[in-house]
Design a protein around this ligand. Structure first.
Ligand code: AP5
Length: 216
């Protein structure tokens, strides 16, 4: 099952991809997570992309396409994958078509107020990357990860002025990509304005209706 999750920043792509990846045992490939990992390690790539990511701007196509090409060629992608955050430009979408044949693109939709509320309350574990929300998905102990006890932090690009820039960029850049997949007939819109416990079963229903999964 080869899936792409698209939608504005903060709509919940990472949260839903984590749940679907665990349920169907296919890797969750988040280009944002991969870039943040490189930045944290201080690698050569990390140094090149740091400013783009912290300002909420797109990293150059050539860098990100190579990163994804390498990742998709790994053994664990043979049974499928969920791409989260890629493609983000038409060129990325066209290059992805040369690498693999997608089964489905899920386009998550929610109003801006919902998104801003989600991003400003988001917290992430420094150690394992688990995603929380101070209001909607709070950890048991404030500031600590339920899974590994790691420290929770707020992403540099989750500051209000950067959130606004990311949303504007999204609106400008994503229209042609959504149209590209709609024309191919593989795009499905998913209402993501409800709580994650409602959105995840909604995704499972879509996957079943497309004959991609057959479980309970
Ligand atoms: P990336 O990490 O991909 O960021 P994004 O697309 O902006 O998406 P987010 O991770 O911010 O949001 P999400 O939809 O995954 O939401 P989440 O599940 O965390 O990219 C970051 C940067 O990397 C980019 O700006 C760019 O610089 C660069 N980059 C990455 N890919 C690139 C590419 N292909 N080309 C060029 N540059 C690239 O949820 C958000 C919050 O809401 C959480 O707190 C969560 O707990 C909560 N929540 C989630 N769902 C719900 C729900 N249903 N109800 C209530 N709360 C919810």
């Amino acid at each position: 099952m080869r899936l792409v999750f698209i939608g504005p920043p903060g709509v919940g792509k990472g949260t839903y991809a984590t749940a679907i990846s665990k349920r169907y045992r296919i890797p969750h490939i988040s280009t944002g997570d991969m870039l943040r990992e490189e930045i944290k390690r201080g690698s050569e790539l990390g140094v090149r992309v740091r400013e783009y990511v912290e300002r909420g701007e797109l990293v150059p196509d050539d860098i990100i396409i190579e990163l994804v090409r390498n990742r998709l060629s790994r053994e664990d992608c043979k049974r499928g994958f969920i791409l989260d955050g890629f493609p983000r430009t038409l060129r990325q979408a066209e290059e992805l078509d040369k690498m693999t044949k997608l089964d489905l693109v899920l386009n998550f939709v929610a109003p801006d107020e919902v998104i801003i509320d989600r991003l400003s309350g988001r917290r992430i574990c420094r150690k394992c990357g688990a995603i929380y929300h101070v209001k909607y998905m709070p950890p048991r102990v404030p500031g600590r990860c339920d899974r590994c006890g790691g420290e929770l932090y707020q992403r540099e690009d989750d500051r209000p002025e950067v959130i606004r820039r990311r949303l504007e960029l999204y609106r400008r850049q994503f229209k042609p990509i959504i149209e590209y997949y709609r024309r191919k007939g593989i795009l499905v819109d998913v209402d993501a304005s409800d709580q994650a416990e409602i959105v995840v079963p909604r995704i499972v229903e879509v996957l079943k209706s497309k004959g991609l999964v057959s479980d309970q």
